[in-house]
Design a protein around this ligand. Structure first.
Ligand SMILES: Cc1cc2nc3c(=O)[nH]c(=O)nc-3n(C[C@H](O)[C@H](O)[C@H](O)COP(=O)(O)OP(=O)(O)OC[C@H]3O[C@@H](n4cnc5c(N)ncnc54)[C@H](O)[C@@H]3O)c2cc1C
Length: 246
């Protein structure tokens, strides 16, 4: 199972860092888009803080709710449906252990808990929803003789690091305390699409085709996995390149 997974040696920041180095001087960072306006066949992008950019074409690689607001402001009223894509909050906890602390076998790349199945047998369903055996799934994630786990928790009471350790200890027969743990809060995590999402996005795109070159891309529209996001971004880039005069 683990053989099927691929990532970057230094983690998911690696391609972002590489791209930002390759495009240094062209790329501008930390530019919050406050507004869009049409300027003939071009666009004017207002940046938080007062500056602005002119553009021949735009890819809005933003969460659906943010893109929807900007598109409504340029007259694409239909884009308000994008606000119905709900981003579900979640918490991830990374925990490090010495290998000998883990009593149970770590088979595969991790596990997922079905809360309906577990809830039927437990008075209080566990807060943990899934766990990735990070050091087993990808090479180089922990020194020899150590294990790195990443737990996914639903929102709930208590210190997430303590909850994750206690529930993993019960499931994987872990002895003692973690060497360290770190909590990450995803207040707007994975998108959950409403009914007819695909048709709605297609309709928004159809309406965008009547404007100067502009496209939407990312997890809010075409699938939340990284590979789907990359494909969505490529398609948007191709569209803008086709429509932008050279
Ligand atoms: C906890 C968690 C674990 C995951 N694990 C996996 C996994 O193992 N494998 C996998 O394939 N996928 C995974 N995913 C899903 C995947 O990581 C995301 O769906 C994907 O990274 C989303 O990419 P994106 O570019 O569409 O959106 P984002 O990465 O959210 O980028 C949108 C950007 O738009 C910016 N923005 C918003 N508003 C504005 C504005 N007005 N002006 C300028 N910028 C703005 C934001 O700051 C943000 O940087 C996981 C997601 C979560 C939350």
């Amino acid at each position: 199972m683990a053989a099927g997974f691929r990532s970057f040696a230094a983690g998911m920041s690696q391609p972002v860092v590489a791209l930002s180095q390759r495009l240094a001087g062209v790329l501008r960072f930390a530019q919050g888009v406050a507004g869009l306006t049409r300027n003939g066949d071009r666009w004017r992008i207002a940046i938080t803080g007062g500056s602005a950019h002119e553009a021949d074409g735009i890819v809005l690689a933003l969460p659906a709710y943010a893109a929807g607001r900007l598109l409504e402001s340029v007259g694409v009223t239909h884009a308000r449906v994008l606000a119905e894509v709900v981003y579900v909050p979640s918490i991830t906890v990374s925990l490090a252990y010495r290998a000998e602390q883990i009593g149970g076998a770590l088979n595969g790349a991790g596990f997922v808990i079905d809360p309906d199945v577990v809830g039927a047998r437990h008075v209080v369903p566990p807060q943990i929803r899934a766990c990735t055996y990070a050091s087993q799934k990808f090479p180089g994630r922990a020194p020899d003789g150590h294990v790195l786990l990443r737990a996914y928790l639903a929102s709930g009471d208590g210190d997430p690091a303590k909850v994750a350790h206690a529930q993993l200890a019960a499931i994987l027969t872990i002895r003692g305390e973690p060497l360290w743990s770190r909590v990450f809060y995803w207040t707007r995590g994975l998108p959950r699409y409403p009914a007819q999402h695909r048709e709605r996005v297609a309709e928004v795109r159809h309406r965008l085709s009547r404007l100067p070159p502009i496209a939407i891309a990312g997890a809010g529209y075409d699938g939340a996995g990284v590979s789907a996001c990359v494909e969505s971004g490529r398609a948007a880039g191709r569209l803008i390149a086709q429509r932008t005069p050279r």
